[in-house]
Design a protein. Structure first.
Length: 587
């Protein structure tokens, strides 16, 4: 809608007026013109001027500058008197007036040196700077809101000149962004295939192509939680830092991927977390679930915001590991946590350094997180569980699993915390099993006989024992070399490298932790709490956690009675001291 007469002076800034003067030199001092003259100039001469007022409008300009040609092409109202006025104005600027044929209306001006033809309304500079400019902005608006409806508007675009609303609907609350708008091209359909892909909507534009929720910083969820920043991303979805405006506290919000399988498992996770929350000592071991809700077809889980995880702690030590004393503090808490889960018959199924978080970077208190793969003992859902480095042998060979798989993971974690490196770092399942064989020997036949995947990794011999298929003893290495040479003769590609594994049980755990050489790499030599006796006690605990047979593996309740925990010293230190004051990531 065009502004009312006299409002252009309020709408236009001084910069816009200056721009008008530069493009239309004859416009004069625009801001000093009467309202009707301003209206007339900005509309390109389309505003009707009442009969007899042309003379008044022109006289109101004290500068006596010439006006655009459109001003002189006035409607034929009282032409006689106005014609004389135009002659007087033209005389002041040394121009001549050419009377129109037939004497109707007013004439047009011509320079004293050259004649000028009549300019069409659509080609006038003032018209292009007003009407055409409005059309341009309309196109920009249309393109912006098309993208917004598709959910393709970026954080910068959501600003839309500083006032575009994000969110709304399904309980959402709009929030203004002050970012600069990124204008999209009006040639959106130049590439039909790209345009077709862009027009695909995921969850009405709220999800990306991976069915993860598109988090817009500053948006509100259920009028309570305000999104802040992304903490992490996984196969389940996202973890976002947010502000709980009701409690005035920052929280960690886990947003589950909008896929049926993930949502089903997330509901199992919520059920387990709620079961744990009913226990009085829950908050001492596992992360606290504060709230959960559904929003835009996603499940949102709200947790206490913790600090960084134990893998980050190791990274901040340049993967040189932490002391035995700090390892003891972590181990005791983890054993308590697993004993707590054992009482509730809950299998965590994914215990690893990344899923153990510090409560405070200056303290050694930790919490177990991520129960997305967890289950009850009597309702096991998946066979492919646990991260590979911490995967138990019964899971690797396809046996039925239970609570002991978490104790296996804990044994691997404790060695890694002290050495800084994973104990069994396999590249695939077969390689992972061979890493176990190097340290612990070949698994007992009873275990391998019960595994549904044993034949993928082991060959059963006539005497009932097993031999790893990847074992590269002297005979196997010679056969593999011959096979590689034959394959190389038929192919231009180089043959794959034959893994050279050490003989079974030849890689001693004692050597890995440096029990007789001052710790890993000799870094703990002459350090209190790292004597050969201290290492012997530590190795005794770990060895009982890394037993092949699940039924013979140490239980968490028994681990808490081990003398490793009775030998805690006063020089245990904190997580911050172990980092040597290196700053950790801010979560």
């Amino acid at each position: 809608m065009r502004p009312a007469t006299g409002q252009y002076g309020q709408l236009c800034t001084s910069n816009q007026l200056s721009n008008l003067r530069s493009r239309v030199p004859a416009a004069g001092d625009y801001e000093n013109k009467p309202a009707q003259l301003q209206d007339y100039l900005l509309t390109g001469g389309t505003t009707a001027v009442p009969a007899g007022q042309h003379h008044q409008l022109l006289q109101a300009d004290s500068t006596n500058r010439s006006y655009p040609l459109s001003l002189y092409n006035l409607p034929a109202a009282n032409a006689g008197s106005d014609y004389a006025v135009l002659h007087r104005v033209a005389a002041n600027v040394n121009q001549n007036v050419i009377a129109p044929p037939g004497g109707g209306g007013c004439g047009v001006l011509a320079s004293s040196t050259s004649s000028s033809s009549f300019r069409e309304c659509g080609s006038r500079p003032v018209f292009k700077l007003t009407v055409e400019l409005i059309k341009t902005y309309k196109v920009i608006n249309e393109q912006y809101y098309k993208k917004k409806r598709r959910g393709c508007v970026t954080g910068a675009e959501s600003g839309a000149n500083g006032s575009a609303s994000v969110g709304g609907g399904a309980g959402g609350t709009g929030v203004n962004s002050g970012s600069t708008v990124a204008v999209t091209s009006s040639l959106e359909d130049a590439n039909p295939q790209q345009s077709k892909r862009e027009k695909r909507l995921f969850n009405d534009g709220y999800d990306d192509q991976n069915h993860d929720y598109i988090v817009r910083p500053g948006e509100f969820w259920i009028d309570r939680y305000q999104a802040d920043s992304l903490i992490g991303k996984g196969s389940f979805g996202l973890v976002v830092k947010a502000l709980d405006t009701k409690e005035d506290a920052h929280v960690a919000v886990k947003i589950i991927k909008n896929k049926p399988a993930f949502l089903r498992q997330a509901r199992v996770e919520v059920g387990l977390l709620e079961l744990m929350a009913k226990q009085p000592d829950c908050k001492n071991f596992v992360v606290n679930l504060r709230h959960h809700f559904s929003f835009r077809n996603h499940l949102f889980l709200v947790f206490d915001l913790l600090s960084y995880n134990l893998y980050d702690l190791l990274r901040n030590t340049n993967f040189r590991g932490v002391s035995l004393n700090l390892t003891r503090k972590f181990a005791q808490q983890l054993c308590n946590g697993l004993a707590f889960l054992s009482r509730l018959q809950i299998i965590h199924s994914d215990l690893k350094p990344e899923n153990i978080l510090l409560v405070n970077p200056k303290r050694s208190a930790i919490r177990i997180i991520d129960f997305g793969s967890s289950c009850h003992v009597n309702s096991r859902i998946y066979q492919y569980i646990q991260s590979r480095f911490y995967r138990s042998p019964e899971v690797l060979v396809g046996m039925q699993y239970g609570l002991p798989i978490d104790m296996w993971s804990l044994g691997c974690i404790l060695v890694e915390l002290h050495t800084g490196e994973p104990l069994f770092a396999g590249h695939h399942e077969a390689d992972q099993l061979m890493r176990l064989v190097e340290v612990l020997g070949i698994p007992p036949p009873e275990l391998l006989d019960a595994g549904s995947k044993t034949s993928k990794f082991f060959e059963r011999l006539a005497d009932g024992t097993y031999r790893p298929l990847l074992y590269s003893g002297p005979e196997q290495q010679q056969a593999a070399a011959a096979a590689a040479a034959a394959a190389a003769a038929k192919s231009s590609r180089p043959p794959p490298a034959v893994p050279a594994y050490q003989p079974p049980a030849s890689r001693r755990l004692r050597d890995i932790v440096g029990a007789d050489s001052g710790g890993p790499g000799g870094r703990r030599a002459d350090e209190a709490g790292h004597s050969p006796t201290d290492y012997q006690v530590f190795l005794d605990l770990v060895a009982q956690m890394l037993v092949y047979e699940p039924r013979s593996r140490m239980r968490p309740e028994a681990a808490l009675q081990h003398k490793f925990f009775r030998g805690a010293t006063a020089t245990s230190g904190s997580a911050q001291q172990q980092q040597k004051q290196r700053p950790g990531p801010a979560f």
